[in-house]
Ligand binder design. Structure first.
Ligand SMILES: [Zn+2]
Length: 139
């Protein structure tokens, strides 16, 4: 698989931990959008497109985000630790929509995205810089 193009839309607010939205084209024929570059404690990392996971209230069956403490529909109290946890004990609140399934592919994608991100940051310092025209998802 070849990553033929990466487009990077920088996030204007420099204080934001979310640094950019990206799209990547694979083999010149398949595009994955809504990839994020995030500033973590250990440096920049790439987050694949994901959706918030939710579950259903035990009383009324209403749908709630896993972080909700009370049901949006009946107001009943929801148990606090109902999200699955990863190996480090962090709550798993998002599920990836598209993601690499092996370490090499993950590394290739990370490197290509981070490289494109740094190039875009350099470009943005030039006078007359125009940000990439890309629809950003509504969060
Ligand atoms: Zn409910």
């Amino acid at each position: 698989m070849e990553i033929s193009e990466v487009r990077v839309k920088l996030v204007a607010n420099q204080d934001d931990r979310l640094k950019a939205f990206c799209s990547m084209t694979l083999d010149n024929e398949f595009v994955v959008r809504d990839i994020k570059v995030i500033e973590g404690t250990g440096g920049l990392f790439v987050a694949m497109p994901s959706r918030k996971m939710s579950d259903h209230c035990g009383k009324c069956g209403g749908k709630n985000h896993l972080r909700a403490k009370f049901c949006n529909h009946c107001g009943g109290k929801l148990s606090e630790n109902r999200a699955h946890q990863d190996q480090e004990g962090r709550m798993k609140l998002h599920a990836d929509i598209a993601h690499p399934i092996n370490a090499k592919c993950r590394k290739d994608i990370q490197e290509a995205i981070i490289k494109a991100f740094h190039m875009e940051v350099e470009k943005s310092k030039q006078p007359g810089y125009k940000p990439v025209d890309m629809d950003t998802p509504d969060e």
